[in-house]
Design a protein around this ligand. Structure first.
Ligand SMILES: Cc1cc2nc3c(=O)[nH]c(=O)nc-3n(C[C@H](O)[C@H](O)[C@H](O)COP(=O)(O)OP(=O)(O)OC[C@H]3O[C@@H](n4cnc5c(N)ncnc54)[C@H](O)[C@@H]3O)c2cc1C
Length: 487
């Protein structure tokens, strides 16, 4: 049986390990941290388990890639649909995006009476299918060859889908400008896109903008949070005789006569394949000289900018708070670099996490890692965390006080340093590749590398809303190695 090493037990590592294990490969996963999940990880305080980073799942509708992962692996993860999408809250208005196209149009019409919401949202719905079709063909880009690329360009699909402008023009130029969208409409759209694509409407190619704007219509969470998803993947890997070594950082990888040798502080092992599921800039530090030259990793193209500030709360209210995901449009978050904060509540029906009106809250927002100068030992670091905590608590009170808050307790605050420590990402660089017109997708590191049997699969090889994109990527890679098509 072929032996495959997988570096990193974030979602990419665990999903590809589970797929390969199920399809007959012998997988060994190495994870530096003591827990699973990486950026989609979790942590516990007392009996409460918080999602540390990612909270939302998407790609479950209409044979989407995450649905395929659940089906192919027959995973026993109970997913709850967040039927009312995302609630966008600002001082001036409250909007719900994503429960249905008609109600989203209705909400938009009330808040933005001068914008042709009907035309915009109906066009989004119509073009979503074209975009999904094209994105399913991303495997052509992940595994480039003359044959593959020419296949993509000459497919009936490509011309039939009138794909070129969707790739070469911005979302703003294709969809917002023709409708004379106001600055206010643009801001709402931009803040959704910042979450799903790490870009804004003027920078994101129209194709990915459609998917980014439509993600609130395909929004889910796992009962028990990310922990239950990661545990199910782990259990499946073990059931198929795979091994996961936790708290074992891969220190070195080299290649001798088609065999890869991997070293951790505790062991040296040999493998037929390596799948790096860590960001390319982390991989660069562990591949040995000769292999590094052969791999010729395209790290310079990975944007190293974004990180996140996070804050975690337990909140009790007398009355039930509606919905699960909120985006507060606020520009003055401490260290914040976007104009909103994303607030995830545990799903009201998720009794594994909380009961009644008690909700676990994860707040996250963008920060610029390159500007983060504080060190954990600095007195100012403690002050910064206190300031973040107070800001987040105040924001929660402002929006949720009407449901009569009886308790609100902060359990932790995360900074780029926290992500650096728990995900081993240099400076806490997060979020992978933003979709950007100035930085075309095909210039980035691909999953297939120049070394046979060495693959890169992480959010630095495929852009976007990650669990969605990484699921697609994992299915593509399994298909490529196993020569089967699961898409
Ligand atoms: C705050 C935040 C909120 C987000 N929200 C969402 C969301 O709601 N929905 C969504 O779909 N996506 C979301 N994302 C994005 C998503 O979480 C990530 O893109 C995705 O989880 C990345 O997975 P990965 O496996 O590629 O990388 P990582 O999660 O970084 O996993 C890499 C793993 O490799 C380990 N590792 C690193 N170096 C080594 C080494 N040398 N040896 C062994 N192990 C090593 C790390 O410890 C880590 O566990 C969010 C991200 C953040 C930060």
């Amino acid at each position: 049986m072929k032996k495959i090493a997988i570096i990193g037990a974030g979602y990419s590592g665990l999903s590809i390990a589970a797929l390969l294990a199920k399809y007959g490969y012998y997988v060994t996963v190495f994870e530096k941290h003591g827990e699973l999940g990486g950026c989609a990880g979790y942590f516990s305080r007392g009996k409460d388990t918080f999602d540390a980073g990612a909270t939302t799942l998407s790609g479950l509708r209409d044979g989407g890639p995450f649905r395929k992962i659940l089906d192919v692996l027959d995973l026993d993860v109970d997913v709850l649909e967040v039927e009312d999408g995302i609630r966008i809250i600002s001082d001036e208005h409250e909007l719900i995006i994503g429960n249905s196209i008609d109600s989203t149009i209705e909400q938009f019409n009330k808040v933005f009476p001068h914008f042709n919401s009907e035309s915009f949202w109906k066009q989004m719905k119509e073009d979503q299918d074209r975009a999904l079709n094209l994105v399913s063909n991303l495997s052509y880009i992940q595994f480039p060859s003359v044959e593959n690329i020419s296949k993509l360009l000459t497919t009936e699909l490509f011309s039939k889908l009138r794909a070129l402008p969707l790739i070469t023009k911005s979302f703003y130029d294709v969809y917002l400008k023709p409708l004379n969208a106001s600055k206010e409409v643009e801001k709402v759209i931009d803040e959704i896109l910042m979450i799903s694509t790490q870009s804004t409407s003027k920078d994101v190619p129209a194709l990915f903008g459609i998917l980014g704007v439509m993600y609130p219509f395909d929004l889910w969470c796992a009962t028990g949070g990310m922990k239950s998803l990661m545990y199910e993947l782990k259990n499946l890997i073990k059931r198929y005789d795979g091994t996961i070594y936790l708290s074992e950082k891969v220190e070195k990888i080299n290649l001798e006569k088609d065999i890869f040798h991997i070293e951790t502080a505790k062991r040296k092992m040999s493998f037929d394949y390596v799948i790096s599921c860590v960001p390319n800039f982390s991989l660069e530090n562990i591949v040995d000289g000769g292999l590094k030259r052969q791999l010729n990793l395209n790290v310079k193209k990975t944007l190293k900018k974004w990180s996140a500030i996070t804050s975690y709360f337990v909140m009790d209210t007398e009355e039930e708070i509606p919905g699960t995901y909120y985006q507060f449009l606020i520009s003055d978050a401490p260290f914040g670099k976007s104009r909103s904060i994303f607030v995830s509540l545990s799903h009201i029906d998720d009794e594994v996490r909380t009961k009644g009106n008690r909700r676990l809250v994860t707040i996250s927002y963008h920060t610029d890692a390159t500007e983060w100068k504080l060190n954990e030992r600095d007195e100012d670091y403690k002050k910064a965390k206190e300031c973040i905590k107070l800001f987040c608590e105040r924001s929660l009170r402002n929006v949720f006080e009407k449901y009569k808050i009886t308790q609100i307790r902060n359990t932790a605050v995360g900074t780029p340093l926290t992500f650096q420590r728990y995900t081993n990402r240099e400076k806490g660089f997060l979020g992978g590749i933003p979709y950007s017109l100035s930085d075309p997708l095909f210039l980035h590191q691909r999953t297939k590398t120049s070394v046979s049997n060495f693959y890169c699969l992480s959010d630095t090889t495929i852009p976007g809303q990650s669990i969605y994109s990484l699921s697609l990527s994992s299915l593509n890679l399994l298909g490529y190695i196993k020569k089967v098509s699961l898409i």
